[in-house]
Design a protein around this ligand. Structure first.
Ligand code: FAD
Length: 283
């Protein structure tokens, strides 16, 4: 099923994200965890793709298993950075052969070695290059990423939204946000993109915080705003893993309920291969 069909329905939807194993010997374990998440019958599941390409064959393998054996629609991620035209062409053919209809087209994060390098001859400088190619070579429902608190490389929000509009005009069917911990930031971004003429579905991405170390890393990478209530929660429960996990699940669930209450129909959860967290949120 194409996700655009799901987004058109007047239903409340929850989706979960998983990531592929790095080592081949961990494939079965990740497949097991993703199958347990699939048993919760989310509206769809997404599988990330390592920008360096090292885990790319596992993305397809895991996505195929979810789609074909777990009967849950899947969204396979694909990144362009550090990829060649040949690899991307091969991935597109593999996705088609596996019957995967939904693809998340991303640029991928710059690795420290890529910073400051001349990018003139890179075949995929931005996500839009991948969106155009997917559009040309297949009949996919295409998603892409967006940043309610501005992408760290963008000069400002206006420029970032201008590039976002270009991605949508090139054929992107929906957008999923970077994580955020303050729903007002999401609503403000929603108004701004609608004003800029972007009318595709905007799916909020919610990250349940289940331990402090993981939290610190994700804040550092995304640069997102941390509300006072959230800070207090981390200070109070940060040294107690079990308590922090419960509090993080409760906070994410509250964010989701508030989004639903304000008319948002689909919420995407960065569930990080954690069936236990996914199950508690789903319940
Ligand atoms: P782009 O859309 O290319 O934007 C990157 C920057 O370039 C922005 O500042 C933008 O304003 C600017 N820009 C865009 N187009 C142009 C243009 N035509 N000319 C000049 N500037 C431009 N990473 C992974 O490696 N694997 C994943 O599976 C993955 N999944 C993700 C899922 C979501 C929902 C999100 C939000 C991010 C995900 N990422 C993933 C991280 C993502 O790859 C990084 O955030 C990356 O830095 C930017 O990717 P992008 O696709 O948004 O890039």
């Amino acid at each position: 099923m194409k996700l655009t069909e799901l987004f058109a329905k007047d239903t409340r939807n929850l989706s979960f994200e998983v990531f592929p194993n790095k080592k081949p010997e961990n494939l079965e374990s990740v497949k097991g965890k993703t199958a347990r998440i699939a048993e919760l019958k989310p509206a769809f599941m997404s599988v990330t793709y390592g920008a360096g390409g090292g885990t790319s064959q596992f993305t397809l393998e895991i996505a195929k298993n979810i789609e074909q054996n777990c009967n849950v629609p899947v969204l396979a991620h694909l990144t362009g950075i550090s990829s060649t035209k040949e690899i991307v062409a091969q991935r597109i053919e593999e996705l088609k052969a596996a019957g995967i209809q939904n693809v998340m087209a991303l640029r991928g994060d710059l690795t420290p070695e890529m910073e400051g390098k001349d990018r003139t001859n890179w075949p995929y400088k931005h996500a839009i290059d991948l969106i155009r190619e997917l559009k040309e070579k297949g009949d996919f429902c295409i998603g892409s990423g967006c940043y309610p608190e501005v992408h760290p490389e963008a000069a400002n929000m206006i420029e970032d939204i201008r590039h976002l509009k270009e991605k949508v005009d090139a054929g992107c069917d929906f957008l999923t946000t970077q994580l955020f911990y303050d729903n007002d930031i999401f609503y403000s971004f929603l108004y701004k993109i609608r004003e800029a003429g972007i009318s595709v579905p905007l799916i909020p991405g919610i990250m349940p915080v289940t331990n402090t170390k993981h939290m610190e890393r994700s804040i550092q990478m995304s640069g997102c705003y941390i509300p006072k209530y959230f800070k207090a929660m981390m200070e109070r429960f940060g040294n107690n893993d079990a308590a922090m996990k419960q509090a993080g699940i409760a906070y994410a669930t509250e964010q989701i309920i508030e989004l639903y209450a304000n008319g948002i129909r689909t919420v995407h959860v960065y569930s990080m291969n954690n069936p236990d967290v996914a199950e508690k949120i789903m319940n």
